[in-house]
Ligand binder design. Structure first.
Ligand code: PEP
Length: 251
């Protein structure tokens, strides 16, 4: 495990309050306390789970935030609200937000800047659809995503950002990018961070792979030089699946 290593879970719109609490209790009772773990949980559980995990290796992420500071935006949640209840991170740019809620790179950049302004850290997601992968244009596609948002951050904002490469064709489909496909893209992304910021920034930035990570493939993926861990959807909902994935980062 190196200092970039992180395993993050994205619960999406799953689990009731009791189930959420039980899952976190199970994760806290695992032996591997040294791994950095981030849980992307529904807004309504953040407060109680932030208290429960305070002082442990588990940090809490929101799965979204609004891009304005405050105001007449019925039903929305601001970054300052999130910060005030103990949120550490916010996941932004997830392909489900892009697809179902029409979020584009410009909005994602606004949200990232708002989050950083409030002192939240960000997990920024990028990744190509299947048609782009089949055309062999994935590097250019992801580069364009980054150029329109992530690479516009300032140095301090970038220092507080984790990147998650999540090929859309691998999310929730059971199809995983091969460890070599993940490594190739992560290397490309790290090079872009190097070019825009510095070699030191590239060396320090955590780049996670997301897309059907399971106990059976985590070891091979995490063994790659530029794969610093995973952003895990389905398998983060069960301690018996998420536990071994966390263990894979320690080995
Ligand atoms: C995700 O939604 O971020 C994700 C990677 O999901 P899954 O692990 O279920 O493919």
């Amino acid at each position: 495990m190196n200092k970039r290593s992180v395993v993050a879970g994205n619960w999406k719109m799953n689990l009731n309050s009791l189930e959420a609490n039980d899952l976190v209790q199970d994760l806290l009772s695992l032996k591997h306390h040294s791994a950095r773990v981030i849980l992307g949980v529904p807004y309504v559980y953040i407060s109680s789970l932030a208290r429960l995990t305070n002082g442990t290796n588990i940090e809490i992420a929101a799965q979204n935030c609004h891009h304005k500071e405050k105001g007449a935006y019925t039903g929305e949640i601001s970054v300052n609200m999130l910060k005030s209840i103990g949120t550490d991170y916010v996941i932004l740019g997830h392909s489900e937000r892009r697809e179902y809620f029409g979020e584009d790179e410009a909005l994602i950049l606004e949200k990232m800047q708002m989050a950083h302004q409030a002192g939240l850290k960000v997990i920024y997601c990028c990744g190509e659809p299947l048609s782009v992968r089949e055309a062999g244009e994935q590097n250019d596609y992801v580069e364009q995503q980054l150029r329109n948002s992530l690479l516009k951050l300032d140095k301090e904002q970038m220092q507080n950002t984790i990147i998650a490469y999540e090929p859309i064709w691998a999310i929730g489909t059971g199809k995983t990018a091969s460890a070599d496909q993940a490594q190739d893209m992560h290397k490309h992304i790290r090079q872009l961070v190097n070019n825009q910021f510095s070699a030191e920034m590239a060396e320090e930035t955590s780049i996670l792979y997301g897309g059907s990570v399971k106990p059976a493939n985590a070891n091979e993926l995490f063994a790659k030089a530029d794969v610093d861990g995973g952003l895990v959807g389905g398998a983060s909902l069960k301690a018996e699946l998420f536990g071994p994935i966390i263990e894979a980062i320690i080995e």
